[in-house]
Design a protein around this ligand. Structure first.
Ligand SMILES: [Zn+2]
Length: 116
């Protein structure tokens, strides 16, 4: 069955992500971006302890070379462009884990132009 094969693939592939607090689209892994939404790979993450991480999201919980701490509390995630547009907020507000894991979505689902 197609559905069970897909869920098996999700577990094996292990991709996960969070939705941006500003635009509600997920941080996208570099393997799932296209020429329109490549900017959704650049992330700014505020952890519950106030640390701010910036860089490319790898699809597996790392921004730049840094591991996001998320076991105890969901991180506060923005696309870098959305974060700048929002006035570079530093307040911690937990993000929602992305239902499509930032990877398993229909072609075009996140085709939004950068806000800046
Ligand atoms: Zn965003």
């Amino acid at each position: 069955m197609l559905v069970s094969r897909l869920s098996e693939k999700r577990i094996t592939m292990g991709f996960f992500s969070w939705d941006c607090k500003e635009c509600d689209h997920p941080l996208l892994s570099p393997y799932s971006t296209n020429s329109i939404n490549g900017w959704m790979n650049s992330a700014v993450v505020i952890e519950s302890n106030g640390s701010i991480l910036k860089g490319s999201y790898d699809g597996y919980g790392r921004v730049g070379m840094e591991e996001i701490s998320w076991e105890d509390s969901e991180p506060c995630c923005y696309h870098e462009a959305c974060w700048e547009k929002a006035g570079k907020p530093t307040e911690y507000r937990p993000s929602t884990p992305s239902s499509d894991q930032g990877f398993f979505f229909d072609e075009g689902a996140h085709n939004m132009e950068a806000p800046l």
